[in-house]
Ligand binder design. Structure first.
Ligand SMILES: Cc1ncc(COP(=O)(O)O)c(C=O)c1O
Length: 366
């Protein structure tokens, strides 16, 4: 059956399908943007959750200054989609990538992270040779213990070296407080996040005292943006997944207010036992690692396990009328790792399919 866009609803759409509730997503975008405006902080949302220049353009229209990307390949996709101001919150290493970065700089205004002079020197040489200047920020280790130069003397020394390189414009610093998102006690969470973000604020001051301007101080994920946005010295937020929201952010990170905008629609394909139904959506459709998906449209029905392409539902005694062909709508536990499994979003406005949005940056891991 070939359905036109306007005929398509969640009841006749082929499944499994990753669906956006546009009204909920737009409301989340407005909400985060309003919070940023209220506190005089810019928003440069991370694209890793949606990987779509179409959604990025919506964010820019709402007031975002640019996008944050996890990979050079994602930034290339965003630039091809017309986004110029792109923070690649990652380290770019290797001749092939640097050659691509030079080409990206010709069509966009990216920023890349540095935590060692050995990343900066070849980028500087390539940009200088091409007659270009690239914005660079230092990534600081504010406790996540992933990448990042040590705050304090090491940061100052690296900033001085990087700022002196040709082909590079020193643009600021970033840090990610990702190790603190799940601290259970909220006042303890706020205290520890503020201690981590103080490191950024102190290093910004130290750089400026040494005569190195530090216009960008970037941090903040969905699980921490409510604190980061009010923290002195922070100039921009990277929070991205907030546009979709999910049970991981709501329950593990205790993020209030935002609405759920992303669901998976699946079909019951087998009823092997009264208390068991099988849907056509397994872990290749929904990532269950952080939190199991939750059934939205049938009370008494829970997801008991996921194998690759099958989802097993447990039905209580009042919910056993479910039959083969019925539609189940689920909330992915963690939207970010669920989106990367899909080629398209099916974007709904109310009941009607509004558009099919490709995840153009999906698989762009290099
Ligand atoms: C560098 C960086 N910034 C921000 C985030 C937060 O992203 P989100 O708001 O989508 O959870 C992450 C998450 O992994 C990250 O690695």
């Amino acid at each position: 059956m070939n359905l036109s866009l306007t005929d398509c609803t969640k009841s006749n759409l082929d499944t499994p399908a990753l669906c956006i509730d546009l009204e909920a997503m737009e409301s989340n975008i407005q909400s985060v943007m309003a919070t940023c405006r209220q506190h005089g902080v810019e928003w440069r949302p991370h694209t890793k959750c949606h990987k779509s220049p179409v959604i990025a353009q919506k964010l820019i229209e709402a007031g975002a200054i640019g996008m944050t990307c996890a990979k050079l390949g994602e930034a290339e996709v965003m630039a091809a989609g017309g986004i110029r101001d792109l923070l690649i919150a990652n380290l770019i290493v290797g001749d092939q990538k640097i050659a691509r970065l030079v080409e990206l700089r010709r069509i966009a205004d990216p920023i890349v992270c540095i935590d060692h002079i050995d990343q900066a020197k070849p980028i500087s040489a390539a940009m200088n040779k091409a007659g270009l200047k690239l914005r660079v920020i230092l990534e600081l280790n504010i406790g996540l213990d992933r990448v990042g130069v040590a705050p304090g003397d090491a940061t100052l020394a690296l900033a001085q070296q990087v700022a002196a390189l040709p082909g590079i414009e020193f643009a600021g610093i970033m840090g990610y407080e990702g190790h603190l998102l799940q601290v259970a006690d909220l006042s303890e969470k706020e205290k520890r996040i503020r201690e981590a973000l103080d490191i950024l604020a102190e290093n910004k001051s130290a750089l400026e005292t040494s005569g190195i301007p530090c216009p960008i101080v970037s941090c903040g994920g969905t699980g921490s943006y409510v604190f980061a946005v009010t923290h002195p010295g922070i100039t921009e937020l990277q929070a991205g997944g907030a546009i979709f929201m999910d049970d991981y952010y709501r329950n593990q990170c205790q993020v209030p207010d935002l609405g759920f905008a992303l669901t998976v629609v699946a079909t019951v394909v087998s009823r092997p036992a009264p208390e068991r139904a099988i849907i056509d959506a397994g872990r290749k459709t929904m990532n269950p690692d952080l939190v199991m998906p939750r059934v939205l449209n049938c009370s008494g029905v829970t997801v008991s396990s996921l194998s690759a392409e099958h989802g097993s539902l447990l039905l209580d005694e009042n919910s056993q009328s479910l039959k083969i062909g019925d539609r189940i709508e689920l909330l992915p536990g963690y939207s970010d790792m669920t989106c990367v499994l899909h080629d398209h979003f099916f974007a709904f406005r109310g009941d009607r399919l509004d558009s099919i949005v490709p995840l153009a940056g999906r698989g762009k891991l290099q």
